[in-house]
Design a protein around this ligand. Structure first.
Ligand SMILES: Cc1cc2nc3c(=O)[nH]c(=O)nc-3n(C[C@H](O)[C@H](O)[C@H](O)COP(=O)(O)OP(=O)(O)OC[C@H]3O[C@@H](n4cnc5c(N)ncnc54)[C@H](O)[C@@H]3O)c2cc1C
Length: 369
């Protein structure tokens, strides 16, 4: 077993959350090392990129967390874009949630934040929408970012140009403790070597796989299958967020269609005939003519879910090991605030009242029995 020198911050997991946090520390002059088992499996490359605080119907602290993150995103993305020279496709395009009846509309948790659309206005907003939808809520404050093709790459580049070191193909097999202090990790490298990496502080951001490293984290995978279709440019201007399926239009007419929610999937790889069928039926239920638009790609990934569907952010019971995982359906939306909060927590910067509440609410301690 070989040894490496100390690193100020060790990031375990080079997915969306890991890269976001790595960037935050690196741009503040920290020495950062990212250990990444496999960048391609990261949910950051799978997500639809919706910034859907209100369209997702988030409630209570999670709603505030989303709103706060959404307010940080424009400045945060601008910084990533400047550092990487890659434009990320951030758009406040608005998201429309359609309803079949008024009761469902009025019971929607974020009803008060939306603009009511009657059927005529709904059809004006979404040309060609299926006539089964009688009402709609337009959340003009919600939007999207092109995480799959742009943000992930921009983060990688911005991190790298700010001095972050990456070890791709490096799987953390175990954490090395001395009493209750983390001193490093045992890592299986892409070359097959088993190495010990020492660290001063580490942040565990291994998404759906987090429990494999630290089994007190109750995170499990929820598989999502996706596909994309090529539509005419500018046909769809807003995201449509149906109860089972959503359509997210990119600038070049590509429409990202998601997603299945497979709670018992474990880590089963691949698209399935049923998954693709479900998405096709979903397209038909929202925008019938889009069923005939050519399908460009199928893919899948694993959302990091927790028993209460809320993230785990903050300290762990191990001194100098911090946690940022379990972002489930909204990791793209929550990435800005998560990286900001983790930086402040590790740095022991004084926190605002709302930030303290978030850390309390999203602490791992809530699962202690
Ligand atoms: C189908 C689907 C659609 C989604 N749509 C949206 C959306 O529209 N909007 C939104 O906000 N969110 C969305 N999400 C959620 C979002 O993608 C996730 O919440 C977010 O990507 C989680 O980021 P993460 O870094 O925690 O995990 P990931 O991005 O999955 O990264 C985890 C990384 O850790 C690495 N890793 C795992 N184990 C180890 C180990 N032992 N050693 C080293 N590295 C390790 C993995 O290889 C992986 O690269 C969606 C997710 C899915 C699956």
């Amino acid at each position: 077993m070989t040894q490496e020198t100390k690193n100020s911050i060790l990031i375990i997991g080079g997915g969306l959350i890991g890269l976001s946090i790595a960037y935050e520390f690196a741009r503040n002059n920290f020495k950062v090392l990212v250990l990444s088992k496999n960048r391609n499996e990261s949910a950051g490359f799978v997500a639809a990129g919706m910034l859907a605080t209100h369209a997702e119907g988030l409630e209570d602290e999670l709603l505030k967390f989303g709103q706060e993150s959404q307010s940080l995103i424009p400045k945060w993305i601008k910084s990533i874009e400047q550092d990487s020279s890659i434009e990320c496709g951030l758009k406040k395009c608005g998201i429309v949630v359609p309803f079949k009846n008024k009761k469902d509309l009025e019971e929607f948790p974020t009803y008060e934040y939306g603009k009511y659309l009657n059927q005529k206005k709904l059809q004006t907003e979404i040309h060609g929408i299926n006539s089964i939808w009688k009402h709609g809520l337009l959340f003009e404050q919600d939007g999207q970012i092109d995480n799959r093709r742009r943000l992930m790459r921009a983060l990688e580049r911005a991190c790298s140009l700010n001095g972050v070191e990456f070890h791709e193909g490096s799987e953390v097999k175990d954490l090395t403790l001395e009493e209750n202090k983390l001193i490093g990790a045992k890592v299986l490298c892409a070359t097959g070597e088993l190495k010990k990496i020492y660290c001063e502080k580490a942040i565990l951001c291994s998404g759906a796989w987090s429990k494999k490293i630290f089994n007190k984290i109750p995170v499990f995978p929820v598989k999502g299958q996706m596909l994309s279709i090529q539509g005419p440019t500018n046909f769809l201007k807003r995201v449509i967020f149906g109860p089972k399926t959503y359509l997210v239009p990119r600038d070049d007419g590509l429409i990202v269609v998601g997603a299945t929610v497979e709670k018992d999937s474990k880590f089963t790889q691949g698209n399935t005939p049923n998954g693709i069928k479900e998405l096709q039926e979903g397209i038909c239920s929202l925008l019938p003519e889009a069923v005939n638009w050519p399908q460009m790609e199928h893919w899948w990934g694993f959302r990091p879910c927790t028993p209460d569907f809320q993230p785990i952010i903050g300290k762990s019971e191990i001194e100098n090991l911090f946690l940022a995982t379990g972002h489930y359906r909204n990791g793209v939306l929550f990435s800005a605030i998560t990286s900001n909060l983790l930086f402040k927590l590790v740095q022991k910067t004084s926190l605002k009242k709302t930030e303290k509440i978030f850390l309390e609410k999203f602490s791992l301690d809530r699962f202690k029995t």
